[in-house]
Design a binder for this molecule. Structure first.
Ligand SMILES: *[C@@H]1O[C@H](CO)[C@@H](O)[C@H](O)[C@H]1NC(C)=O
Ligand SMILES: *[C@@H]1O[C@H](CO)[C@@H](O)[C@H](O)[C@H]1NC(C)=O
Ligand SMILES: *[C@@H]1O[C@H](CO)[C@@H](O)[C@H](O)[C@H]1NC(C)=O
Ligand SMILES: *[C@@H]1O[C@H](CO)[C@@H](O)[C@H](O)[C@H]1NC(C)=O
Ligand SMILES: *[C@@H]1O[C@H](CO)[C@@H](O)[C@H](O)[C@H]1NC(C)=O
Ligand SMILES: *[C@@H]1O[C@H](CO)[C@@H](O)[C@H](O)[C@H]1NC(C)=O
Ligand SMILES: *[C@@H]1O[C@H](CO)[C@@H](O)[C@H](O)[C@H]1NC(C)=O
Length: 406
């Protein structure tokens, strides 16, 4: 079951003189809203807020036109038991001990070992996530093929081109030298942003120049294989069972890929698996105890809500009502959004540990709650600071992690 195409069809019919592209089969973003926002901008009656959001989106996309593309084959070391085509990252806080071979590696929390940066995949992946998403959205709204072609290059280089492609696994993420050749928790390197890449490809698939049917088919096949790894590997199974944000993001990632690859059974299974998580990991007052114990408890409370709200948007497309779900003692996604509102607006101090409190990071999550009927969230919006680079919500209406990813 996809989204309600009848609404979209009406809008498309009305604006068919202008809209060349097909409707994107986005998995998280609401395609009807992308179509409606584009139509409003074309009719030159757009609200000032929408025009500003588009200008901010274009400014961000422009900065990506001259960077990249990125590739796992850029790294100068090969992960143990892996190949240059395997994504690899090294746990940043582990240091060699003062022994002849450096083993064992010792964790010095918060101190980044510069040696870990030899694995360039981690930083390049973050750029690839941002660039592909912003460039494809900029193409959607402007029809300027420069954006579409560049976004296509970014995706082809990272995922498809024989010389540079990433193998569809995360066997070597967050590895600790001497100890292991990768860890299950490294799946978060991808799960935190990958569903936006799926939407980028879906947008390009609606007719962007430079993203051929063959590219789309090959990218879908890559995702079928990646999903098999996520669902079948020991790491994938372990990460999905995590009780904190790692588990929420693992479910989101698998649900998004399942929907993208037309695996509706699995998408439903993943969305339904979110219901008991809402009851178990959000309390009746909306707190997320697993995230509150962190040294960056506001950051992690918001981060986990990015996954919950994005998963709820997937649920909407397949008939699983996560937005409306209320657990046996009142637990809900909206309650968890309410919990972060007073600190975000400055009405109250955040009383839990937080090394670097930045209220703007909750902007998307509060927009998302407001758009799904949360009156407190709607009332709060005018007091929520805009993220650096502008509030993109009106042109990109799905939650994103707004501070630099980990
Ligand atoms: C990374 O790889 C891409 C694709 O091969 C290449 O265009 C780019 O210059 C490389 N970047 C660096 C920093 O080596
Ligand atoms: C992985 O690599 C290490 C060191 O390079 C080696 O000792 C070990 O046997 C390898 N394990 C597997 C499963 O290949
Ligand atoms: C190794 O020795 C240096 C110099 O004494 C020290 O600064 C460093 O913390 C030691 N490394 C570890 C992992 O203990
Ligand atoms: C890429 O590799 C595949 C599989 O080995 C091969 O079939 C294909 O011809 C290659 N494509 C190019 C452009 O080299
Ligand atoms: C859905 O994905 C799972 C995991 O990769 C796979 O086992 C299953 O066969 C897929 N189902 C369909 C209908 O593609
Ligand atoms: C929220 O509920 C949890 C679990 O019952 C409780 O430990 C916590 O003190 C409550 N927090 C607030 C601010 O009421
Ligand atoms: C990606 O975008 C986010 C949100 O704007 C930003 O915080 C982060 O620094 C960006 N990462 C990179 C590598 O550009």
């Amino acid at each position: 079951m996809w989204l309600s195409y009848s609404t979209v069809a009406t809008i498309v019919l009305f604006t068919s003189r202008f809209v060349q592209a097909a409707i994107p089969k986005t998995v998280v973003l609401d395609a009807a809203r992308l179509v409606a926002a584009k139509a409003e901008l074309r009719r030159h009656v757009a609200s000032p807020a929408l025009k500003i959001a588009l200008a901010d989106l274009k400014a961000q996309a422009d900065s990506w036109l001259t960077q990249g593309p990125w590739a796992v084959t850029n790294k100068t070391i090969i992960p143990p038991n892996g190949t240059i085509h395997d994504y690899a990252s090294q746990a940043p806080y582990f240091w060699p001990s003062n022994t002849s071979d450096g083993c064992p590696y010792i964790e010095l929390d918060g101190q980044v070992n510069p040696q870990s940066k030899l694995y360039t995949d981690h930083d390049e992946r973050a750029a690839m996530f941002n660039a592909s998403y912003l460039l494809s959205l900029a193409w959607w709204y402007t029809d300027d093929e420069t954006y579409g072609r560049r976004a296509g290059d970014v995706l082809r280089t990272w995922f498809l081109a024989n010389a540079t492609r990433m193998n569809p696994n995360l066997d070597h993420a967050q590895l600790v030298p001497c100890e292991n050749t990768g860890r299950s928790i490294g799946i978060i390197d991808f799960s935190q942003g990958y569903t936006s890449v799926l939407d980028a490809a879906a947008i390009l698939g609606a007719g962007a120049p430079g993203w051929t049917k063959e590219d789309a088919r090959a990218f879908e096949e890559w995702n079928v294989q990646f999903l098999e790894w996520l669902e079948g590997s020991a790491f994938g199974i372990e990460e999905t069972a995590a009780t904190n944000n790692h588990g929420t993001f693992a479910l989101l990632q698998s649900a998004g890929i399942a929907l993208f690859t037309h695996n509706t059974t699995l998408a439903l299974n993943k969305a339904n698996a979110m219901l008991p998580r809402i009851s178990a990991y959000i309390t009746a007052n909306g707190s997320q105890p697993q995230e509150l114990v962190r040294t960056r408890s506001f950051h992690y409370s918001v981060f986990d809500l990015v996954a919950y709200t994005r998963m709820a948007d997937i649920g909407t497309k397949i008939g699983v009502d996560l937005w409306g779900y209320i657990g046996p003692s009142g637990q809900s996604i909206q309650q968890a959004i309410d919990f972060i509102i007073p600190a975000t607006t400055g009405a109250e101090l955040w009383p839990y540990p937080e090394l670097d409190f930045e209220p703007y990071i909750a902007s998307d999550v509060i927009h998302s709650g407001a758009d799904h009927g949360n009156g407190k969230a709607r009332a709060a919006l005018s007091d929520v600071p805009a993220p650096p680079g502008g509030d993109l919500w009106l042109v990109r209406p799905a939650s994103e992690q707004l501070d630099p990813g980990s």
